[in-house]
Design a protein around this ligand. Structure first.
Ligand code: SF4
Ligand code: SF4
Length: 380
């Protein structure tokens, strides 16, 4: 095994050394130029935080990721009980085909299927409740915990911002917690989605056993699913949770619980400029902090996740798809509901949930990006 390319994200032989990966990477020292057969070649070091930006941006199909698709199918064939947590970007991209593929997976033995849109609603409501409960805190947290790539980035490079991150579990976490504790699902859990960051985080944070990227799944099964009738998932949102995979969708979900005068700011694409913006908000250079600031690592949200790169041609009709999903997401609510009534409505839906189950803590994982020389001290 070489010194580099041993993690989740790696470079294959297609690399031509164009350095595009270097430009998009926010992790100092994650890309290392190595000479290989007299050609420039950029490999990945263990400074990589698995955000997947380079996978998406590499036009030479040289940046890849290692996921658990093969192990997942082997485990199913071996009779393991596995439930599936499904990112809502899957049905958005694949429409009816998504539900046929899910039925194919049921036939292969998948136990239950949970749409993360359901956990997104729990997470958004808990964010709102946390903010409302903190109304007497003069310096309350205001950064949403909706994107695991962003959370990894903050924990690793800007841990001093942890105190301003709202300590509520993310939509994926909330889905898993709900399935485990409230639906008593004791099967192993697999994640199906577009987020390369989840390839590490899902296992570390939520005890998920397998992470399958949507592109890998589709490649693996080819057209075998076409003979299957569509199936519904065992748990899904018929409301605002459907907005989750769209850029700023989560921020909008939380904003619905507050009067319009409150500010909600969302950015796509994380970089140092963005962190500087947060720094200025924290320092009070801006007039005031927003009620919620949310960011997503992927420009265009989860729909642009690296695990959906090959599926991109399916999204030509983005505006129509967005309009359709949005219309369905809002049609179940009475339009005259005030933010206060909206909060109460969901409070009633979640009356049997223990709010504390959905509160999390973050870790300070600051890693010095370069090694320090050993210090020499004179003998006393
Ligand atoms: S991995 Fe891709 S983006 Fe990076 S240098 Fe190689 S070809 Fe270019
Ligand atoms: S996955 Fe993200 S952190 Fe890792 S090399 Fe690519 S851009 Fe950098």
């Amino acid at each position: 095994m070489g010194r580099y390319n041993n993690g989740i994200v790696y470079t294959n032989e297609n690399c031509i050394g164009c350095n595009k990966c270097v430009y998009v990477c926010q992790s100092f020292g994650a890309n290392v130029s190595v000479g290989k057969d007299a050609k420039a070649h950029v490999e990945v070091s263990n400074n990589c935080i698995n955000c997947g930006m380079c996978v998406r941006e590499c036009h030479h199909n040289a940046r890849m990721y290692r996921d658990d698709t093969e192990d997942f199918f082997e485990a199913l064939a071996g009779g393991e009980r596995i439930s599936l947590v499904v990112d809502p970007s899957f049905p958005v991209f694949y429409g009816e085909d998504a539900y046929r593929i899910l039925q194919y997976l049921r036939a292969k033995g998948v136990n239950k299927m949970y749409d993360v849109s359901y956990g997104a609603e729990i997470s958004a409501w808990c964010h709102a409740k946390y903010i409302k409960d903190s109304r007497n805190n003069p310096d309350p947290p205001f950064v949403a915990n909706n994107c695991v790539g962003v959370t990894n980035y903050v924990e690793r490079f800007f841990p001093k911002f942890i105190k301003w991150t709202i300590p509520v579990y993310s939509p994926v976490d909330c889905t898993v917690i709900y399935a485990r504790k409230y639906l008593n699902d004791d099967a192993k859990i697999a994640y199906l989605g577009s987020c390369v960051s989840e390839l590490v985080s899902a296992k570390e944070r939520h005890g998920i056993s397998y992470c399958v990227m949507i592109d890998s799944l589709v490649d693996k099964i080819g057209s075998a699913y076409k003979a299957y009738a569509p199936t519904a998932m065992d748990l899904y949102s018929d409301g605002i949770g459907r907005m989750l995979p769209f850029s700023g969708g989560f921020c909008e979900m939380v904003s619905l619980y507050f009067p319009r005068g409150k500010s909600f700011i969302h950015y796509d694409g994380l970089n140092e400029d963005l962190m500087n913006k947060i720094k200025r908000m924290v320092k009070g250079e801006n007039r005031r902090k927003p009620t919620v600031f949310s960011a997503e690592f992927c420009i265009d949200g989860c729909l642009a996740g690296p695990g959906l790169k090959k599926s991109m041609p399916r999204m030509k009709d983005y505006c129509n798809i967005y309009n359709e999903v949005r219309m369905k997401a809002f049609e179940k609510y009475d339009e005259s509901m005030s933010p206060h009534e909206f909060f109460r409505y969901y409070g009633t839906c979640y009356k049997d949930l223990d709010f504390n189950d959905f509160l999390c803590t973050f870790r300070d994982e600051l890693v010095q990006p370069f090694s320090l020389p050993e210090l020499w001290w004179p003998k006393r």
